[in-house]
Design a protein around this ligand. Structure first.
Ligand code: PEP
Ligand code: MN
Length: 597
């Protein structure tokens, strides 16, 4: 664009005014910051209206366990009919805040009139301007002046330009923390409550730097049709969604027919989690406890950033494991520690040199990373505390200003070269050169400073090593996923405490006895405890020919539902699995829980 002066009627909201995406930061009461607009998908959930203290505590527990990061609930409801439930007012704000605080969820609630600001200010983390008030300019000005984050909902019949002009009012009043919310518009269509304008997401993305979330609940209005539109919103590039959830929607005082049951919401969160790696994103979780850094460690021991938390990985800067670290941890709180092999990685975690390790465990095309299964059995003092999946995308990187026509040599890890076979077949004249890792290949190409060389590596290496992207997404199969597990030492004081999110996987290893039916009997115990076996891998035991370690992953996400006595509590689930493992010990040798996460 030649003229950088915005031609649009809105200025502060425009992309021309600010090129990079705005990230709205919302702190919670646990010292964490929820970021809307970054690489993490945020989910806001809760009922349409606050109805009682019990209702809020019950629904907050449910949505927090499924991974919501903020709690919604209206205390002042702008109802179409004056005879409908109007909300509990300040009493409702109290219940909302109490429930949010209990689970570390900042609260979102609608403000319908600026006269309510003095009452609302002490309870509210994020103000919502409802669709009906999108053009209540006096309200926008007053709320904008507060400087608190605001979710601005698109008006029932507002064009995208009207919508951005309303955002401009908020920005012009002094706040920068504006989140746009597409919630469906009025059309001639009667089959749904409104018509969800999904294309508004990419359109807005081009016009504005502000974060964009979607409310599929008010858009669609029909319970069973909301989850697919929630997924579509995320697939369409939304930074998050806001969804109505109620534990007893048949009794809800407003919008019952569109409230998801907690199980439906949980399923939606699972589906979003599965979709996220395809989009190069992950899910925001309320999972990191205030970073209580151990005082015993000196700054020198902590290296680089003083007091930072170290996560080891194998490889160079730019390795896919680094992306996994950024996805899993809040990248600002973590420092990556490169190691030169997987066993060095495990050793550094065991020795406490690193707080965590990021370990690739399986690839959807190439299968298991056996070396790391072996390391998990060898290093008995580490456990798995989490996992993260990456969609592996390869790019062809060349020197700055280099052209595809000049390329003669392609450097990469042999596995990456084989994953781009079809693309490379189109260039039979290129010489393939093996490198120890994709990142090393990128580094080599940058050092050789010749346009004859190119590397196959992840796109992040382009900026890291000052290279140009010659071609993107050159892998044969887009279904190329790598799953990493996060390990930590068993004896380490936890620096980051996982919370809220109910564990989904239990990993166990055991050696079967050398007798007929041994594996069958072990699996019988796993079955008896309703542990849904999702993976079973065997590895030969060193020095004991024809005996094997078995690695079992169990999907335990539905355990809470199947066994109500566990009350879906993390402690209950842990104790239950420990009991199962005790019983497994009667049938197997060296049984060990690798992790419940
Ligand atoms: C709501 O979020 O409860 C609500 C009333 O939404 P909208 O303003 O989009 O209708
Ligand atoms: Mn509602």
């Amino acid at each position: 664009m030649e003229n950088t002066e915005s031609q649009k009627p809105y200025k502060l909201a425009s992309r021309e005014y600010k090129k990079e995406n705005t990230i709205v930061e919302i702190p919670n009461n646990r010292g964490q910051v929820i970021r809307v607009g970054g690489s993490r998908i945020v989910t806001i959930a809760g009922p349409c209206a606050v109805e009682s203290r019990e209702q809020m505590l019950e629904v907050a527990a449910a949505v927090a366990a499924s991974g919501a990061v903020m709690l919604r609930g209206g205390a002042y409801k702008p109802r179409t009919s004056p005879y409908s439930f109007q909300g509990l007012g300040e009493e409702g704000l109290k219940y909302l805040k109490e429930a949010g605080d209990k689970y570390g969820l900042p609260v979102v609630t609608e403000i319908v009139d600026s006269s309510l600001i003095p009452i609302m200010e002490k309870y509210v983390d994020v103000y919502q301007i409802g669709a009906r008030n999108m053009q209540n300019f006096e309200l926008l000005k007053k709320v904008g002046m507060l400087g608190k984050p605001v979710i601005l909902k698109r008006g029932l019949s507002a064009t995208i330009e009207d919508f951005l002009m309303a955002a401009e009012y908020l920005l012009a009043s002094g706040t920068e923390k504006v989140i746009l919310c597409e919630r469906g518009i009025r059309t001639f269509e009667k089959a749904t409550r409104n018509t969800l304008d999904l294309s508004a997401i990419p359109v807005l993305r081009g016009l504005t730097h502000l974060p964009i979330i979607v409310d599929p609940s008010h858009a669609v209005g029909i319970r069973d049709k909301i989850p697919p539109m929630g997924l579509a919103s995320v697939a369409g590039g939304a930074d998050g969604i806001i969804v109505e959830v109620h534990c007893h929607p048949e009794k809800a005082l407003s919008d019952g027919p569109q409230a998801l049951y907690p199980q439906q919401f949980d399923k939606l969160m699972h589906d979003i989690e599965a979709l996220a790696p395809v989009l190069g994103k992950s899910i925001a979780h309320i999972r990191l406890q205030p970073l209580a850094l151990s005082k015993e460690k000196t700054d020198k021991e902590n290296e680089k950033k003083p007091g930072s938390i170290l996560c080891a990985y194998s490889g160079n800067r730019g390795a896919y494991a680094e992306q996994a670290i950024a996805r899993y941890f809040d990248s600002e709180a973590i420092t990556e520690l490169p190691t030169s092999s997987f066993s060095e990685l495990f050793q550094s975690v065991t020795d406490g040199k690193a707080d965590f390790g990021m370990v690739p465990i399986e690839n959807s095309l190439a299968g298991s990373v056996y070396e790391n299964y072996d390391n998990l059995s060898r290093f008995e003092d580490v456990s798995i505390i989490g996992s993260v999946t990456l969609n592996i995308r390869h790019a062809l990187l060349g020197v700055k200003g280099g052209r595809l026509e000049d390329v003669k040599n392609v450097y990469s890890h042999p596995q990456a070269l084989s994953q781009c076979k079809k693309y490379l077949e189109n260039h039979p004249e290129w010489k393939h050169v093996d490198a120890v890792s994709t990142a090393t290949a990128a580094k080599t190409v940058s050092q050789l400073e010749s346009s004859e060389n190119a590397a196959i590596a992840s796109i992040v290496n382009a900026s890291l090593y000052g290279l140009d992207v010659l071609c993107e997404d050159i892998e044969d199969n887009p279904g190329n996923f790598t799953r990493f597990v996060v390990i930590s030492a068993n004896n380490a004081k936890p620096k980051l405490k996982m919370m809220n999110v109910t564990p989904k996987t239990a990993s166990i290893i055991f050696k079967t006895k050398n007798q007929p039916g041994a594996l069958y009997h072990c699996l019988g115990i796993i079955d008896k405890y309703k542990l849904n076996l999702s993976r079973l891998e065997s590895r030969p035991i060193e020095g004991e020919p024809w005996r094997y370690w078995f690695y079992a992953d169990a999907d335990i996400s539905a355990l809470g539902e199947q066994i109500p006595e566990l009350e879906n509590s993390e402690k209950g689930i842990r104790e239950y699995i420990e009991k199962a493992v005790e019983e497994l010990k009667t049938m197997a040798d060296d049984v060990r829980i690798l992790g419940i996460y």
